[in-house]
Design a binder for this molecule. Structure first.
Ligand SMILES: Cc1cc2nc3c(=O)[nH]c(=O)nc-3n(C[C@H](O)[C@H](O)[C@H](O)COP(=O)(O)OP(=O)(O)OC[C@H]3O[C@@H](n4cnc5c(N)ncnc54)[C@H](O)[C@@H]3O)c2cc1C
Length: 232
């Protein structure tokens, strides 16, 4: 197989016996694959909306004077926003206050322009912690829908049926697929999918050559240290 890509402005091509494709489908859909993938897989890559929206607005506060002294550093609002104070355990004078929206709660925020997102976040946080606006030194934000290498946040594992996930994970010829969107989701799912893709390739090599390659069935998966409750 030939893989063509651009690095530092140079067009390059590599030949390979196998490919593991771990790109999210959101960006894979703009890459040409020839011959074409099977129709159900091609349609899933082209149309899936599996990557959910996510946005974080971060305010730098001059000090903690406007924050409730007994607040534990985390809270949620009725419309599904999460409020975090990442500096909660730090002895710094300045504080960070984060407004985090994901899934359905993020959609109204994604529709706004960057300036309006910051303004609205400052307004919402000022309602929760009166004085935040006056204390705010600067603000920034990340909107994962606009990140060019993901075009969305983490894949919404719950939005896929088992058959859809099987289709997402299914190898196409010598192209093997990995990544959280081919798994039960999250970082641990992404890791597991990499092991699965490696096993698939080893199985194919063993079937074809009968040589003394490591047997996929004897491959020991290292213990996973991450869980879906792990916060990043
Ligand atoms: C805001 C947020 C919070 C999260 N919180 C948690 C959490 O608490 N716990 C948890 O387990 N998981 C969390 N996740 C999910 C976690 O980040 C993902 O599960 C994990 O990163 C998926 O790994 P992956 O390798 O499948 O995809 P990614 O990490 O997205 O890796 C895909 C890679 O492909 C690259 N790429 C994309 N397109 C191209 C292209 N055309 N050419 C070359 N390279 C390309 C990207 O740059 C990227 O490096 C969170 C994600 C977000 C966005």
């Amino acid at each position: 197989m030939n893989i063509s890509y651009r690095r530092a402005g140079k067009d390059l091509t590599r030949r390979a016996d196998f490919v593991v494709c771990a790109l999210p489908f959101t960006t894979l859909r703009s890459i040409r694959v020839s011959p074409a993938l099977r129709p159900d897989k091609a349609q899933m890559i082209a149309e899936t909306r599996q990557h959910q929206s996510s946005i974080r607005v971060i305010l730098q506060l001059a000090d903690a004077s406007c924050l409730a002294p007994d607040w534990n550093g985390y809270g949620t609002t009725e419309d599904g926003l999460e409020i975090w104070q990442p500096t909660f355990t730090m002895p710094t004078r300045r504080r960070l206050l984060v407004l985090y929206a994901q899934g359905a709660a993020a959609i109204p925020w994604v529709a706004l322009d960057a300036e309006r997102r910051l303004q609205l976040a400052a307004d919402r946080l000022d309602t929760l912690f009166p004085g935040v606006r006056g204390c705010c030194e600067r603000a920034t934000h990340v909107c994962w829908d606009e990140e060019p290498w993901s075009l969305g946040a983490q894949s919404h594992a719950g939005a896929m049926s088992d058959s859809e996930r099987r289709c997402a994970a299914r190898a196409e010829g010598r192209i093997h697929f990995a990544g959280e969107h081919t798994s039960a989701g999250w970082m641990d799912g992404a890791l597991e999918s990499g092991h699965r893709a490696a096993r698939e390739i080893l199985d194919t090599l063993n079937r074809k050559s009968g040589t003394a390659l490591p047997r996929a069935s004897s491959y020991q998966q290292p213990p996973l240290v991450l869980s879906r409750t792990t916060r990043v």
